[in-house]
Design a binder for this molecule. Structure first.
Ligand code: ZN
Length: 270
């Protein structure tokens, strides 16, 4: 009833003034409004970017945890060992049906194993997005969209000169400090057309690149002319430890061996 009453009230017609421009902005007013909007955007943009980066890092860490779960599946199927980073070029020596660690784990992600060609390098463009996304850090693929895998695995077990050790994979029972041993890190080995390079498979801890850096992607290794010559800016990286927990740490927190540095985490190849 009240509503009916209100709608029945007659509107008073708006009386226009003598102004010849009843409605509108002067140029000055428009410029002031634009300036204020620009200022607001410039103030907010960094926080929007860092919020986006935070969201990407959450996904990155979640993917790392999923890889930890897949590693445990693999270990159950292969005598409590992890896959090796690279089984090498000779299929007769392969312990797993697949050459590379990521493909060995991808078996647990798809019903269609025909998608997983055994000898493909890491993750192939033909493999489904639902599989590939687990091996990607959103920050890194944002920088380099052609990357199919931006993670690499510790090279333990890859002793090409030792046939007994070769292809064995990391024996989990032999790891004394699984909470400090890095299993998987960010930064697959690859070149890009721009000359940037992602590292690394833990051959040298000082070559590992970190990419998350408080909202800005700055930790890109720049390939110069030799593999030893890189520029690096500081940042963080996401790492999966052997005991399946995930950490986001700075480079200084990681050492090649307990003897070689003061890091809390180690990447020693076994
Ligand atoms: Zn990441």
């Amino acid at each position: 009833m009240l509503f009916q009453h209100l709608t029945n009230v007659k509107r008073t017609p708006v009386v226009r003034g003598r102004c010849t421009r009843p409605w509108g902005f002067t140029l000055i007013e428009l410029l002031v409004v634009i300036a204020i909007i620009s200022l607001v955007i410039s103030i907010m943009l960094p926080s929007i970017q860092s919020a986006k980066e935070l969201a990407r890092e959450v996904i990155c860490q979640s993917n790392a945890r999923n890889i930890g779960t897949l590693l445990q599946y693999y270990a159950q199927d292969f005598d409590n060992r992890f896959p090796v980073s690279d089984n090498g070029p000779n299929p007769a020596q392969w312990r797993s049906p697949y050459r590379f660690w990521s493909v060995a784990l991808a078996v647990y992600l798809t019903e269609d194993e025909s998608l997983l060609a055994p000898n493909w390098y890491m993750i192939s463009p033909n493999q489904p997005e639902s599989v590939v996304k687990h091996f990607q850090c959103p920050t890194l693929v944002g920088v380099h969209p052609s990357e199919r895998s931006t993670r690499s695995m510790n090279n333990y077990g890859n002793f090409f000169s030792d046939p007994d050790c070769f292809n064995a994979g990391l024996n989990l029972e032999a790891v004394e400090d699984p909470f400090r041993r890095v299993a998987v890190g960010e930064g697959a080995y690859s070149y890009s057309p721009e000359g940037k390079m992602y590292r690394e498979t833990f051959r040298r801890v000082e070559e590992m690149g970190f990419y998350h850096n408080g909202g800005e992607v700055t930790g890109i290794w720049k390939f110069m002319s030799f593999p030893e010559q890189y520029e690096q800016t500081d940042g963080r990286g996401t790492f999966l430890l052997v005991d399946s927990h995930v950490v986001s740490v700075k480079r200084e927190e990681i050492a090649a061996t307990p003897e070689s540095g003061s890091g809390s985490y180690f990447t020693t190849p076994y």
